[in-house]
Ligand binder design. Structure first.
Ligand SMILES: [Zn+2]
Length: 296
């Protein structure tokens, strides 16, 4: 209700983008000449450089540039994806807003890029790590027939000692279950001081040099790492529910989307603002056309 009260028109959204783009922490500076003073531009909330007259809109150079639908709808989609517990698939969104599914799917790709981890805060304390496979879940194909199309994912989850709860988590698509593939994930997401728990797989052994507190335990059908396996089942269930046929790049996008929400589940009041801020601060990567096979 608060969202709907605040954002009623496109103009409300332009104002918000303008305030996010040019703020106290990030004041205006002309992109062309670097001048710091500006006047009103042609469009509402645009800034025009006082020196070279370059007119910059709140959307230019952001992920809201060249939208195929109104800015208000874009805000609604960002709100739904960031605040609904399981997000929303592009099919659901296309039905709700009367858009082509592919259009939503392309916009969602931008949102997922903004949901990529900042890689600023590593998992600490006790961290369970394991790999799992994500299949394509094609109808009629059960069992091992589709194994070659499955993707391997490594995932790490913080285990909180005091209340037996769980903390933050990250996941990354990898090629093989080898230390060479594990290492970049460890270096990016896990603190060297962490007590890392893995199964007995030899691929983790070489990491002990940099992670002296790494402990390998026999897996016993997942009993040793219950919290992590619940987390993995939740990811798989979520993907199975709404997504099919993912390229490697897109699969990472879905994992990033999942963990962006998951790691902020206690901060739902500010998650939308953070998403918009990220989308304003970075330009979208181009979608490689040959990789567009995915729908939903
Ligand atoms: Zn200028």
């Amino acid at each position: 209700m608060e969202f709907n009260k605040y954002f009623q028109t496109d103009e409300d959204c332009y104002r918000y983008l303008s305030e996010t783009k040019w703020s106290f922490e990030n004041p205006y500076q002309c992109k062309k000449c670097g001048h710091l003073k500006y006047g009103k531009g042609k469009k509402p909330y645009s800034h025009r450089c006082c020196k070279c007259n370059y007119d910059e809109s709140p959307t230019s150079g952001t992920m809201f540039d060249k939208l195929k639908f109104s800015l208000l709808i874009a805000f609604h989609i960002c709100f739904k994806i960031s605040t609904k517990k399981k997000g929303m698939s592009s099919l659901e969104l296309s039905e709700e807003f009367g858009l082509r599914q592919k259009t939503v799917w392309e916009f969602k790709w931008k949102i997922q890029q903004a949901m990529t981890s900042s890689r600023m805060s590593q998992l600490e304390g006790k961290v369970q790590v394991d790999e799992f496979l994500i299949g394509e879940y094609e109808e009629g194909k059960v069992g091992r027939s589709g194994d070659s199309k499955k993707k391997l994912v490594i995932v790490g989850l913080e285990i909180l000692e005091d209340k037996k709860g769980v903390g933050r988590a990250y996941a990354q698509v990898i090629e093989h279950a080898s230390s060479k593939e594990f290492r970049p994930f460890f270096e990016t997401y896990i603190s060297n001081d962490a007590t890392v728990i893995t199964d007995a797989w030899k691929g983790y052994l070489p990491l002990k040099k940099d992670y002296p507190n790494l402990e390998q335990i026999p897996s016993e059908k997942g009993k040793g790492m219950q919290q992590l396996h619940i987390h993995i089942m939740n990811i798989q269930g979520w993907l199975r529910g709404i997504h099919h046929h993912c390229s490697k790049e897109r699969m990472q996008g879905y994992l990033d989307e999942y963990h962006f929400r998951y790691n902020r589940r206690a901060m739902m009041g500010s998650i939308f603002d953070l998403l918009i801020k990220r989308m304003v601060q970075s330009e979208p990567k181009r979608l490689i056309k040959s990789k567009i096979k995915t729908v939903l």
